[in-house]
Design a protein around this ligand. Structure first.
Ligand code: AP5
Length: 594
């Protein structure tokens, strides 16, 4: 492994060209990530707080809300990858213009070293000219030094062309340097060769041209364009081969944050996709930085740092009761996904989280965990100034049949007795209600429904439908709903209106999904997990025992839609995806999972 400490100390044998300052003063723009705001306002008091940046000074007066503390937004950290000539440099120009990130291109840094004849440049030259990778230790030293500069920390960074090998990716992991997103530009091989051969660079402005696709604007510019030494057809083929050999190993490190983009389109269209991904990320970071003070901040901070540590899935999920750390991780994960969905204007949402403590089919089911989850979500939205109604279905049926699903017995009382903080949220910004149209008051901004479910002989759907109709465009969030049709008390499934009921139940959009996967007929050991957080893909993980006795979850694949049992089987068996397959997979281990 590279000794990064030596590379950054003065005793290092490697000296860097001043151009490693490349782009240090990015385009002056009002970059949202560089804004900082600090202050707090108290519950129901119409105070205002200020947004500061070097360029702006805004005043914001919130209309209503609980006490909110705002912290500096964290800047974006972006990695862009793709085969030679897939358009990384071209997109980076556009990203820097819009987001003001510090662009760190290992290719550009190395070329600057070569043209200045530095020690690094002389070492790198022969590798670059033959289309091979420059040794890891040289490139990693350059990148880590550049990333540690103040401008990259403040403005955020855009890493282009690094990591390019598994060892480079591991170096970053060991230094705890991880991007928010890993963008991969996908372009067919035959197009790449033409792009490389036709590429020309302007040594004055650094702008990238293509003789056919993006010809220079004037004869004067054309006359000074240069061709890269590694842009011959033969060398491009060798670079492409090396890229392919390394790509899979690198992407396994970033699979949970990978976004593949079709790079064989006009550059503006490609940028539109990247722009919306990065804008969404910025939005998420802003939401995350507005922390509800009614919850202990250390809990959320802890959860976020654990999220980093676990890279998606906490370990030891078979240890019951779940540790506070694990519970906090999930509360935070659900909260962020739900906030993103509501901020995007989604109104019919469901959260399905099936860790052992929240799985009513397991002996270890714990109603307190469900209540805590509901409290975290409700308080957070209340902190944003929303009036939240938390609803538990009331007794259903009549006479001897009156009653409610066992899982919900007593929950309303528990909610009423719970500690909702010292800011008077309960009764003002948070109210407790039942499920039904008449529970919807004009002042309510949104509704959180605790595990609405059909019971034998009784169906909650009509009440639910009445409530969503009355709520109109206001968000209704179902937490762990169970809306499958159940047999009537006579043991006969009520068929009247069944299709409509199922159609209605399916009309809620998943904003969070987490489920553990088990081998057939056993709840030990855990086989893997599926996780989806709005608006990202479903991620499939495998649980792996490590020689040290620890365990970890390894990301296997991602899916746009929730994967079927067969799809999961195929991935676990290492088979290629087969969309037409109908019969259940040979292991049959997932029966009943969905
Ligand atoms: P580097 O400079 O990073 O080269 P690369 O990865 O091969 O990528 P390119 O710069 O060739 O292409 P690009 O994806 O940026 O495409 P561009 O936007 O220019 O690295 C060079 C060498 O340095 C490596 O071979 C290696 O030796 C060394 N090196 C670098 N990093 C290293 C590392 N981490 N470890 C070890 N060694 C390392 O576009 C290409 C052309 O297509 C242009 O002409 C452009 O105008 C055109 N174009 C772009 N977008 C479009 C579009 N949408 N439609 C049509 N044309 C387009």
């Amino acid at each position: 492994m590279l000794a990064t400490s030596s590379s950054s100390s003065s005793s290092t044998a490697i000296s860097l060209h001043p151009l490693t300052n490349y782009n240090a003063s990015a385009t002056p723009s009002l970059n949202p990530s560089s804004l900082s705001f600090s202050s707090s306002y108290s519950y129901l008091s119409p105070l205002s707080f200020r947004l500061h940046s070097s360029k702006t000074h805004l005043r914001i007066t919130p209309k209503k809300g609980l006490r909110v503390s705002c912290s500096t937004n964290e800047p974006l950290k972006v990695m862009i990858s793709g085969a030679p000539a897939s358009g990384k440099g071209t997109q980076c120009e556009l990203i820097v213009q819009k987001f003001g990130l510090v662009h760190i291109s290992t290719g550009d840094l190395l070329r600057a070293e070569v043209s200045s004849g530095t020690e690094i440049g002389n070492k790198a030259k022969e590798f670059m000219n033959s289309g091979r990778l420059v040794p890891d230790e040289i490139v990693t030293a350059m990148v880590t030094v550049r990333l540690s500069r103040q401008d990259a920390k403040e403005k955020g960074w855009l890493l282009d062309g690094y990591p390019r090998s598994f060892a480079q990716a591991q170096s970053l992991e060991e230094l705890n340097i991880r991007p928010d997103i890993y963008i991969v530009l996908d372009v067919p091989d035959e197009i790449l060769i033409d792009r490389c051969v036709g590429r020309r660079l302007d040594p004055v402005t650094g702008k990238i041209y293509h003789l056919k696709n993006f010809p220079p604007e004037s004869e004067e510019i054309k006359a000074r364009l240069v061709t890269r030494a590694d842009d011959t057809e033969e060398k491009v083929k060798s670079r492409l081969e090396i890229y392919k050999q390394n790509a899979a190993a690198i992407s396994s490190t970033y699979s949970s944050i990978t976004n593949k983009i079709d790079g064989n389109r006009p550059k503006e269209m490609i940028f539109k996709d990247i722009d919306s991904l990065l804008s969404q990320l910025l939005k998420d970071k802003t939401v995350k930085s507005v922390k509800p003070v009614l919850q202990t901040e250390s809990r959320l901070d802890q959860a976020s740092s654990n999220q980093e540590k676990w890279r998606g899935i906490p370990t030891r999920l078979n240890n019951i009761p779940h540790s506070r750390e694990i519970r906090n991780y999930f509360y935070d994960d659900v909260l962020q996904a739900t906030q993103r969905a509501v901020n995007d204007g989604r109104t019919r949402l469901k959260v399905e989280i099936n860790i052992p403590e929240l799985n009513p089919e397991m002996d270890v089911y714990r109603i307190g965990t469900l209540m805590e989850l509901v409290r975290v979500i409700a308080l957070s939205f209340a902190d944003d100034g929303k009036r939240v109604k938390v609803c538990v279905q009331g007794s259903m049926g009549e006479g001897a049949l009156a009653g409610m699903p066992l899982q919900l017995a007593g929950t309303r009382k528990i909610l009423e007795f719970m500690d909702w903080g010292n800011y008077g949220a309960m009764g003002t910004f948070i109210k407790i209600g039942s499920i039904g149209a008449k529970e919807v008051d004009e002042e309510d901004d949104m509704f959180i429904l605790v595990a609405p479910q059909n019971a034998v002989g009784n169906c909650i759907i009509d009440d639910l439908r009445g409530m969503t109709d009355a709520a109109g465009k206001r968000p209704v969030i179902l937490i762990n709903p169970r809306l499958k049709d159940l047999p009537g008390s006579s043991g006969i499934m009520q068929t009247m209106g069944r299709d409509k009921r199922l159609e209605y139940a399916a009309s809620f959009e998943s904003c969070y999904f987490f489920r553990l996967l088990y081998y057939a007929g056993t709840q030990y050991p855990i086989m893997g997990a599926i996780r989806m957080t709005y608006p990202y893909d479903y991620e499939l993980y495998k649980r792996v025992d490590e020689p040290s006795g620890k365990e970890k979850y390894v990301s296997l694949s991602t899916f746009k839609e929730r994967p079927t049992i067969d799809e999961i089987n195929d991935v676990f068996l290492g088979k290629p995806r087969n969309k037409d397959k109908k019969a259940s997979g040979i292991w049959g281990f997932l029966s009943g999972v969905f």
